[in-house]
Design a binder for this molecule. Structure first.
Ligand SMILES: CC(C)(COP(=O)(O)OP(=O)(O)OC[C@H]1O[C@@H](n2cnc3c(N)ncnc32)[C@H](O)[C@@H]1OP(=O)(O)O)[C@@H](O)C(=O)NCCC(=O)NCCS
Length: 193
């Protein structure tokens, strides 16, 4: 069985924890690395800037219909990661981002459970047509999880991710609404056996 996770609206404490996770080089190495100033990079927003930015900065990031951000909580009520859907409404599609920030929980299928939660929201709640992920070539765990979940390789993107001053290619992998129910059922069946 996959672990149960819950997707919730982020709190200030969650964003503070996220900043702490990203300060760990083992975590930021498989995510967006660090910027020229040596500080860890994050998808879509900078945790410290939001924490220091007052209510407007908070609303701008966390009340945006085009960028839906969830905290991921484990069955025991612990905050373990973050998921994002960057929605392109005219195309009914979203790019998904998922980080299990608690590295002690990697390889325990929390990533898979979190992505199922994000995909359920994208396809069943928002009614989107396609969800895709952009995974750099150095991110073996991310690639493995996406393929294992039934994302299909759609293309190779050139020099899209920068790490340690070097540009890396990435893979675009997508999943369509009509494919999702079967992939989801197959995944859950594998987990049950
Ligand atoms: C990628 C990430 C979300 C995976 O989370 P996780 O909870 O460790 O992954 P899971 O346990 O759900 O693993 C899914 C599959 O990938 C495999 N896998 C996970 N890490 C792996 C690794 N380092 N090498 C090979 N396989 C790996 C698992 O064994 C599992 O396959 P299985 O069911 O056949 O055993 C997590 O490593 C993470 O947050 N990384 C940083 C952010 C990131 O890369 N996000 C993905 C881009 S959207």
């Amino acid at each position: 069985m996959f672990p149960e996770v819950t997707l919730t609206t982020p709190t200030r404490e969650d964003v503070q924890r996220l900043a702490e996770w990203l300060n760990d080089s083992e975590v930021n190495e498989v995510w967006y690395g660090v910027g020229d100033d040596g500080k860890p990079l994050h998808a879509s927003y900078t945790p410290e800037a939001v924490l220091n930015g007052g209510p407007e900065a908070w609303t701008h990031v966390f009340n945006d219909d085009n960028r839906i951000i969830f905290s991921i909580y484990s069955e025991s009520g612990e905050h373990i990661g973050e998921g994002q859907l960057l929605v392109e409404w005219p195309l009914l599609e979203a790019q998904a981002y998922l980080l299990v920030g608690r590295k002690d929980l990697w390889h325990h299928h929390y990533g898979t459970s979190g992505m199922i939660g994000l995909l359920d929201h994208a396809f069943n709640t928002l009614g989107l047509h396609r969800v895709w992920v952009d995974i750099p070539e150095y991110n073996e765990p991310g690639m493995h999880m996406a393929r294992h979940m039934g994302f299909v390789l759609e293309g190779k993107l050139r020099k899209t991710h920068r790490k340690n001053n070097e540009w890396f290619d990435s893979d675009a992998l997508g999943l369509l609404a009509e494919e999702y129910p079967r992939r989801r059922a197959r995944l859950l069946k594998t987990a049950a056996s």
